[in-house]
Design a protein around this ligand. Structure first.
Ligand code: NIG
Ligand code: FE
Length: 424
């Protein structure tokens, strides 16, 4: 079979059909429901499995020996020792485009100050805005890619990345352009979201509504015309924007064609009601959601995105993930990696710890990190191992998939593939 030069995603490389395996276990995550509780016996496990990849996509999944006979021309990429294969993780909520650090906030927080007290005293998001405004587009691109590459080595093959530390037209565009530049510096797929509505910047001399109007009238048209992001986010909270301001912003941004997502119910409930009413693809955080919000989310197609890294960073309760699933919601798990509330940035540690505290089955946790997370970004080409999906995969050195969450994130992938290409 001839080698061909192919462009796949943001990668260009020589590609030849190959058969990868044999894997002790191959967890496909295919054929599972998008919403509601999952039992571990709903997971499809293939023993002695293999996977055939061509031009970055999966063309066959099955028993390695059978595939070897069916695809005699495929080059074999042999797996050494006992390994378990999973789809790459999708991190549907991050703020990895930032400069500087908020270790001083953390020191205050562990000494007893609350997140809101620190923000009101001049720390918090605004401190990251100052540091990010001072950074160049090139430096931001480099730091974003470095974080994406470290997540990629830990099995995260796709990441959403928000702006939201620029908070004026020039600096929001700088952040979004840096995210675009970062795509040339990492094999991971990066999906940008405009979070200019993170908080009203302190140097904007008018009220919240005027700021949102400014974002809608001036910034979003440029974001759209430059193709910098097709998603937008707003932080609905007492210290950020109200529900009625959120509704105003989301309705208009939706009319402009943006996909909508909301930072909702982090400290006080209600933001998710607005998210659902406005048809947001996801409502993220939800630590403070009450039975009312849980019911509305469960009845909607808005994905409930748990951010356990923020609970760990702030020392606060976890999202009621068990209740959300039992009510019938689609639950995804994301890192929220940011310099303030969630500096750890290790999605597997966070998903494992959330599952221990919220009594999530292994299937629910793995679904929340893969195909349910892909649905939070409305991506239908990834998150499971099945024909036609892109070959984003990760293997762990174990013969039993249960070891992965059991080690609570300390067992790292031995190999990660992006569009079928090993990353190391
Ligand atoms: O998701 N809640 C608002 N935004 C971020 C925090 C950002 C920051 O503290 O810098 C979050 O937790
Ligand atoms: Fe966030």
């Amino acid at each position: 079979m001839k080698k061909q030069l192919n462009v796949v995603g943001n990668l260009t490389f020589l590609y030849k059909m190959k058969l990868i395996g044999p894997f002790s276990q191959l967890i496909t995550l295919r054929g599972m429901p998008l919403k509601g509780p999952l039992a571990d016996d709903q997971l499809e496990l293939l023993y002695g499995g293999g996977i055939v990849v061509d031009i970055g996509r999966i063309v066959a999944v099955g028993r390695f020996e059978d595939l070897h006979k069916q695809y005699p021309a495929a080059e074999v990429e042999e797996v050494i020792g006992q390994q378990t294969l999973l789809p790459g993780f999708v991190d549907a909520h991050t703020h990895i485009c930032f400069a500087g650090n908020r270790a001083p906030d953390y020191a205050l927080r562990v000494a007893g100050k609350s997140y809101l007290e620190i923000a009101e005293a001049g720390g918090g998001i605004w401190d990251s805005v100052i540091q990010t405004r001072a950074a160049s587009q090139a430096a931001l691109a480099q730091q974003t890619a470095a974080r994406a590459n470290s997540a990629l080595r830990a099995g995260v093959t796709s990441m959403e990345v928000k702006s939201g530390y620029g908070l004026d037209v020039e600096n929001e565009l700088k952040m979004l352009r840096a995210i675009a530049d970062a795509r040339t510096l990492t094999p991971a797929d990066l999906f940008a979201t405009c979070l200019a509505a993170h908080i009203k910047p302190r140097d904007f001399n008018a009220n919240d509504m005027a700021y949102l109007h400014h974002v809608l009238a001036v910034l979003l048209p440029i974001v759209r015309s430059e193709g910098l992001a097709n998603r937008t986010d707003i932080f609905i909270e007492q210290t950020a924007f109200s529900q009625s301001e959120g509704r105003y912003y989301l309705q208009r941004a939706g009319q402009m064609g943006f996909e909508l997502t909301v930072h909702a119910d982090q400290f006080t409930p209600g933001g998710s009601v607005t998210a659902v009413a406005c048809g947001a693809v996801s409502a993220d955080h939800l630590e403070a959601s009450t039975p009312h919000e849980i019911k509305l989310l469960a009845e909607s197609n808005t994905v409930a995105v748990a951010l356990p890294g923020a609970s760990l960073g702030l020392g606060m309760d976890f999202v009621p993930a068990r209740k959300l699933l039992d009510a019938g919601a689609c639950l995804a798990i994301a890192s929220d990696w940011n310099p303030g509330s969630a500096p750890m940035g290790d999605l597997l540690v966070q998903g494992s710890v959330l599952s221990a505290y919220q009594k999530l089955t292994l299937a629910e946790t793995l679904a929340g990190l893969t195909f349910r997370a892909a649905y939070a970004l409305r991506l239908t080409d990834r998150g499971t191992l099945e024909n036609g999906r892109i070959a984003d995969m990760q293997a762990y050195q174990t013969a039993d998939y249960r070891d992965i969450l059991y080690h609570q994130g300390t067992l790292k992938p031995i190999q990660v593939w992006k569009y079928g290409k090993p990353i190391r």
